[in-house]
Design a protein around this ligand. Structure first.
Ligand SMILES: *Cc1c(COP(=O)(O)O)cnc(C)c1O
Length: 429
C-alpha cells in the first residue's frame, strides 16, 4: 500500500506493509533468514540476471527490510530506497555509484561531526575528496564546484546547531551544474521536511535517530527520488555506461528511474556489504508508526525549552531556529513550517568549564553521544562528537567550546526545564 493520496499519518503505519501472505500475521514478521529457496534453476537464473525481482540472499534483500525501504521511500516521496547498516554506511552508499577516484563532492560545513570526519579524511582512501562551504552562501557552493564535482551534500536541519538549509536554493545550484543534491534528512525526518519535493535527488537518513526514535537501532537508508537523468552527461558512467561489475549491464537504460536503487542493491550491498539486519528493520518499522506524533511533541518541547533558555541570564545565546528571534525564522516559516526540529545548542556563561559541569549535573537529561531519542539528551560537542576537529572547524560547525547540544525528548517539558535550571545553577555557581 503506497498510494500517495493517503495522508502522512496513514502512510507511516501502512506504506509497504500488508498482512503476511503465509500466515495472515498483521504485523510485519521478522524474516530471520539468510537465504530463500529458488522455485527451480530457471527462477534462480532470472533472479541473478535481475530479470525478476525476488529474494536471493539477505545481504542483498530481505522481506522485512524491503517493507522498511518501501515505507521510507513513500514517506520521502521517492521511488525506491536501500537500507544499510548505519547512517554513515548510507552516506558511502549514496556516493559510491556517483564517484570515481579523483572526483569530489561539495559539502556544507555544518554537518554531524562524524560526517565531517568521514568527508575530510576517510573518503580520501577511495580517492575522493570533499570541499567544505558555508551553505548560507549560495554563490560559494557554485564557485566550489569543478568538472570533477559529482554531488552536493548537506543536512536539511543541521547538526549540532539546528540551522536550516535553504534546500530549494541549493537544489537550483545542483541543477545548474547537472549533478545530484544529496540531503541528510536525519534531523528533520520526512514529517518536518521533504527534500525531494524541493529538488533533492537523493535523501539519506540515520535510522538510528528519530525514525526508530528510542535509541535501540543503528541503521541507515538511501532514498532515490527517481528524478535524475543519469544519461544526460558522461559524468555518471556506473549508472549510464555498461557496468563491468555486473556483466556489462547498463543500469539506467535497463531500470529507468529505479537505476540508482537497483545499483545500490546489486552492486552496493552485494560488494560493500553494509546491510541492515531484519531485526533492526522491525524496530525501525515500529518506531516509524508513531513518527508524526513524536515529532510534534519533540518540536513543542524544544520550542518551550529553547524559549526558557533564551530568557535565562546564565545563557549567552540559543541557536534554535524555531525561536522567533532566530536569523532562520523566515526560512523556517517558508520551508519548515511544521517546526525546526528538536536539536540545538546553547552557550553557557563560563565557557568550557561550565559546560562540562552542566553535563555532569543533569538528572533527567542523559549525557550520551546520540540524538533523536524519546528521552532528552545532552552533550558537550567540543569535547566529544566534534573532538577530532580543529577549533576553527568546531566554530564553523557550530560546536564551539562554550556550547552544549540538547536533543529534546518527549517528556514533560516542565520537568526538562526544572532539570536544566538546577544543573545551570551548579554549573555557573
Ligand atoms: C547520527 C547521524 C549520522 C550517522 O548515523 P549513524 O547511524 O550513527 O551512522 C549522520 N548524519 C546525522 C545528521 C546524524 O545525526
Amino acid at each position: 500500500m503506497s498510494n500517495p493520496t493517503f495522508g502522512f499519518d496513514t502512510l507511516q503505519i501502512h506504506a509497504g506493509a500488508r498482512p503476511d501472505p503465509a500466515t495472515g500475521a498483521r504485523q510485519t514478521p521478522i524474516y530471520q533468514t539468510t537465504a530463500y529457496v529458488f522455485r527451480d534453476a530457471d527462477h534462480a537464473a532470472a533472479l541473478f540476471n535481475l530479470q525478476e525481482v525476488g529474494f536471493i540472499y539477505s545481504r542483498l534483500t530481505n522481506p522485512t527490510v524491503a517493507v522498511l525501504q518501501e515505507r521510507v521511500a513513500t514517506l520521502e516521496g521517492g521511488v525506491g530506497a536501500v537500507c544499510c547498516s548505519s547512517g554513515h554506511a548510507a552516506q558511502i552508499m549514496a556516493l559510491f555509484p556517483l564517484m570515481r577516484p579523483g572526483d569530489n563532492v561539495v559539502v556544507s560545513t555544518r554537518l554531524y561531526g562524524g560526517s565531517i570526519t568521514q568527508f575530510s579524511h576517510t573518503i580520501k582512501r577511495f580517492g575522493w575528496s570533499a570541499t567544505f562551504v558555508d551553505f548560507d552562501d549560495i554563490d560559494a557552493i557554485k564557485a566550489a564546484a569543478d568538472d570533477n564535482t559529482k554531488a552536493i551534500f548537506c543536512e536539511s536541519i543541521s547538526n549540532p546547531g539546528g540551522y536550516l538549509t535553504d534546500i530549494p536554493a541549493v537544489a537550483a545550484v545542483a541543477d545548474s551544474l547537472g549533478i545530484p543534491l544529496i540531503v541528510d534528512n536525519t534531523l528533520a525526518t520526512p514529517y518536518l521536511c521533504k527534500p525531494i519535493e524541493m529538488g533533492a535527488t537523493l535523501v539519506v537518513h540515520s535510522l538510528t535517530k528519530y525514525l526508530t526514535g528510542n535509541g535501540t537501532v543503528t541503521g541507515g537508508v538511501v532514498v532515490d527520488s527517481g528524478n535524475f537523468d543519469w544519461s544526460a552527461s558522461d559524468k555518471f558512467p556506473s549508472l549510464s555506461q555498461p557496468e563491468p561489475a555486473y556483466h556489462g549491464l547498463k543500469f539506467h537504460e535497463t531500470f529507468g528511474n529505479l537505476a540508482f536503487t537497483f545499483h545500490g542493491i546489486a552492486i552496493g550491498l552485494r560488494d560493500l556489504g553494509m546491510t541492515l539486519n531484519p531485526q533492526a528493520a522491525h524496530y525501525t518499522l515500529m518506531g516509524i508508526e508513531t513518527l508524526s506524533l513524536r515529532m510534534q511533541r519533540h518540536v513543542e518541547n524544544a520550542e518551550k525549552v529553547a524559549a526558557w533558555l533564551e530568557a535565562d541570564p546564565r545563557v549567552d545565546f540559543v541557536t534554535y531556529a524555531g525561536l522567533p528571534s532566530s536569523p532562520y525564522a523566515a526560512r523556517k516559516a517558508a520551508i519548515y513550517p511544521k517546526g525546526a526540529g528538536a536539536l540545538f545548542t546553547f552557550a553557557v556563561k563560563g565557557g568550557y568549564e561550565a559546560c562540562v559541569k552542566l553535563v555532569d549535573n543533569v538528572e533527567i537529561f542523559s549525557h550520551v553521544a546520540n540524538l533523536g531519542d524519546t528521552r532528552s539528551l545532552i552533550i558537550h560537542s567540543a569535547s566529544t562528537t566534534h573532538r577530532q576537529l580543529s577549533p576553527e572547524q568546531q566554530e564553523a560547525a557550530g560546536a564551539g567550546a562554550n556550547v552544549v547540544r540538547l536533543s529534546i525528548g518527549i517528556e514533560d517539558p516542565d520537568d526538562l526545564i526544572r532539570d536544566l535550571d538546577q544543573a545551570l545553577a551548579v554549573a555557573t555557581s
